[in-house]
Design a protein around this ligand. Structure first.
Ligand SMILES: C[S@@+](CC[C@H](N)C(=O)[O-])C[C@H]1O[C@@H](n2cnc3c(N)ncnc32)[C@H](O)[C@@H]1O
Length: 291
C-alpha cells in the first residue's frame, strides 16, 4: 500500500469514530429541547456538534476576527473550506459573512454528513461539498477569495503540493486563513500519532512552505492558551459526566476521548506543539511567483 493510501485508511478509521451520525446529532438537539424541524446552523456549531477544529466554535470567531482585519469575504465571494469535516466552520462563515462556501474533504463520510447537515439547516444554497485531496484539487486557477484550512495541514505529508495548490486556486489578493499545531510534536502526542498521520513542521518550516508557494505571510497568532483552556474545560466535564456523555472528541468511547484529551493537554502545556492562526495572501498577479 502506498504511503498516501495508508494515510487515507488511517484517517478514515480515525474520523469515522469522530463523526456523529445525523441521528445522534438530532437526538442531542431533541435532548436540548429543540424542534428538529427548525434546526439552524447556529444550533449545531454553537454546541460544537459539527466542528472539529482545535478550540471549536469559540475559536471560529477568533480566527474570523483576525481574517477580517485583513479582508472579510462579502456575499459575492466564495470561500474554499479545505478539510471541511462536517461543515460547521463553513456554515459559521456563511452566517458571519454571507459568503458562499465550497467544502472539500478527503473522506466521503465527512462530505456526505456535511451535506446532510447543510440540508437540515437550510444552508444548501450557500454551501456545497465534494470529495477531494487538498494536494490535488480540480478547481480552476484563481477562483476563491479565501481558502480556510482549520487543523488539516497537520495530517498532510506533502506540504509543498498542498500550499502550491492553495496558492493556485486563490485569486490575486486572496487570503489563506489557517489554524494548526506546529512541531516538533512532543512524546505526549504519541496516542494520536498512533491513530492518524500527524506531520507538524516547526513554525519557521511552515512559513517556508507558505512562502515557497509564493504566498506572503501576514499574521501568526499563537492560540495555545485558548486551546488548552478549552480542552481542560472538556476534561472537567468528562470527568463529572456519565460515561455515555458525547464530547467534541467523539460520540462514544469515553476512555478513548479521555486519552486523546490527556495527550493534547500535556502537549499544549509544554513548549512543543503550539497552536496558532496563520494568515497569508496571494500577491497581485504582477508579483506572484510560485516557488
Ligand atoms: C481536525 S479535522 C478538521 C475539520 C474541519 N476543518 C473543522 O474544523 O471542523 C481534519 C479534517 O481534514 C481532513 N483531511 C485530512 N487530509 C486531507 C486531505 N489531504 N485533503 C482534504 N481533507 C483532508 C480530514 O478528513 C478531516 O475531516
Amino acid at each position: 500500500m502506498s504511503g498516501t493510501a495508508a494515510d487515507t485508511l488511517r484517517l478514515t478509521n480515525f474520523y469515522a469514530a469522530l463523526s456523529p451520525s445525523l441521528d445522534s446529532i438530532l437526538t442531542t438537539l431533541r435532548g436540548a429541547g429543540l424542534d428538529t424541524d427548525r434546526v439552524t446552523a447556529k444550533d449545531l456549531y454553537q454546541r460544537d456538534l459539527d466542528c472539529h477544529n482545535l478550540g471549536m466554535h469559540a475559536m471560529l470567531g477568533v480566527v474570523a476576527d483576525w481574517a477580517a482585519q485583513h479582508s472579510a469575504p462579502t456575499p459575492n465571494d466564495t470561500v474554499l473550506d479545505i478539510g471541511c469535516g462536517l461543515g460547521g466552520p463553513g456554515r459559521f462563515l456563511v452566517d458571519r459573512f454571507g459568503c458562499a462556501v465550497v467544502g472539500i474533504d478527503l473522506l466521503p463520510l465527512r462530505t456526505e454528513r456535511a451535506q446532510a447537515l447543510s440540508d437540515l439547516t437550510g444552508m444548501a444554497d450557500r454551501t456545497s461539498y465534494r470529495v477531494a485531496d487538498a494536494t490535488h484539487m480540480e478547481f480552476d486557477d484563481g477562483v476563491f477569495t479565501q481558502a480556510w484550512m482549520l487543523d488539516v495541514s497537520i495530517h498532510i505529508r506533502a506540504k509543498q503540493a498542498l500550499f502550491a495548490e492553495i496558492a493556485r486556486v486563490l485569486r490575486p489578493g486572496g487570503l489563506l486563513v489557517m489554524h494548526d499545531q506546529t512541531g516538533p510534536l512532543p512524546r505526549a502526542m504519541q496516542p494520536l500519532k498512533r491513530q492518524a498521520p500527524y506531520v507538524a513542521p516547526s513554525l519557521p518550516q511552515l512559513v517556508r512552505h507558505v512562502e515557497g508557494a509564493g504566498l506572503r505571510m501576514l499574521t501568526w497568532h499563537d492560540t495555545t492558551p485558548r486551546v488548552l483552556e478549552y480542552f481542560v474545560g472538556i476534561q472537567a466535564m468528562l470527568t463529572q459526566a456519565s460515561r455515555e456523555v458525547s464530547t467534541a472528541l467523539g460520540p462514544s468511547g469515553h476512555d478513548r476521548s479521555a486519552a486523546l484529551l490527556a495527550a493534547y493537554i500535556e502537549t499544549l502545556g509544554n513548549p512543543g506543539g503550539r497552536t496558532g492562526i496563520l494568515i497569508a495572501s496571494r500577491p497581485g498577479d504582477g508579483t506572484f511567483a510560485p516557488g
